[in-house]
Design a protein around this ligand. Sequence first.
Ligand code: NAD
Length: 506
Amino acid sequence: ARILQISSKLKSTWYSSSSFSSSLPTVKLFIDGKFVESKSDKWIDIHNPATNEVIGRVPQATKAEMDAAVASCKRAFPAWADTSVLSRQQKEIAKLITLEQGKTLADAEGDVFRGLQVVEHACSVTSLMLGETMPSITKDMDLYSYRLPLGVCAGIAPFNFPAMIPLWMFPMAMVCGNTFLMKPSERVPGATMLLAKLLQDSGAPDGTLNIIHGQHEAVNFICDHLDIKAISFVGSNQAGEYIFERGSRHGKRVQANMGAKNHGVVMPDANKENTLNQLVGAAFGAAGQRCMALSTAILVGEAKKWLPELVERAKNLRVNAGDQPGADLGPLITPQAKERVCNLIDSGAKEGASILLDGRKIKVKGYENGNFVGPTIISDVKPNMTCYKEEIFGPVLVVLETETLDEAIKIVNDNPYGNGTAIFTTNGATARKYSHLVDVGQVGVNVPIPVPLPMFSFTGSRSSFRGDTNFYGKQGIQFYTQLKTITSQWKEEDATLSSPAVVMPT
Ligand code: NAD
């Protein structure tokens, strides 16, 4: 019923309740400028994570539908690539994110806002699209390059940022002159559909963006299709490494942002009040379902005495359905995700760690069927424990202790992931040493979740990233374009060649 509260006029274009026998709303495909009902006989349920009620169904697009989507991108590409670069620029989504994904409304608004920042940046991208020129490289000869689109590009997105991550992909690709095939996460398809509607309303020609739904078959289709030139993937390592390898094997560019284990190093000279609040916010916000969640704390020296206060602050967070006022964290995405997180907490207890705060048994009034886990803090954790080695992706903070900064740096650098990290200190030299020695893509100094703004790039490294060029910013433009160099010679009439030039020009 609550889905009907989402602007019914907008919703009806991409969510329909008419065609499915069970009368559950179904998500349409977006093909060639039309929101169309899939003819698939394979459908995936979409759940509200706060209640586990089925709120709709998303199709696994048929081969014919996926082919039609790529063909539409391909048809639209020549005219789009030729459209002038200047004319390529041009609180319902948040509600829908809370319904399908579970995060709090305020956090969902942040999801949309951070994505729109990328769109704004994409609208001012012309200077990054410039090629290079060098006049008079030899007599009468000039050399210049153009940055040109690749053709049809594709995006495969995860569930945890239903708006922001698709917005890292198709706006950047499209302003570069590419057409785009998007496959949102099958668990949260709604935000992408609404974004497509807004894009269409803003004048994007039919075919410049197409949307298919599905799981493995759709992913394999994208990796194998010869008309698709590049794939942007964000999600788990299991899927990302597979897509990187399969897509690369078929000659495509692939950029894959993957899993994380982000460490917050707390020095004893840090501003205690700020640090504890920042740690708690960054560990438990979005129920820990952020690739930049600060899921591991390393307390250095005397900072280990702050642990009881850390626990107190985490205890005070309010767990509730995302649309309830005052909720600090919502449910996990699925019952399976909850089970996995609880099993990892169990493993900590079995392997000798201490569960200082235990969210496994939490009950949320009115949402007894939801996938809730309360804030959980595991201390006395050692690097060989399962709860340290695995990405938990839930509201769980694991805490390690060291005597020195050097030991902390070693732990961070020995961990295979390199997505984000933060140091909390009031000493500039300590911060500088940490920033320089730590082998992680995104470093925060007294900033717990250092996601770069769109004029920079998202720069996860090591096991958190596969590919050469990162998402958005200058790197994003490089990913979605190729260079063409033109060497041209214009001689005056009286300077014609008198004989064939048979040696390599020097
Ligand atoms: P996921 O890998 O399960 O799903 C991502 C996409 O891949 C979906 O569209 C899904 O349909 C597809 N997919 C899933 N399993 C697949 C498989 N085995 N083969 C082929 N395709 C598959 O990820 P998720 O659970 O939706 O998202 C959570 C993960 O994403 C976490 O690991 C998180 O750290 C990561 N993440 C990373 C970043 C980043 O920028 N580094 C950002 C957000 C999320």
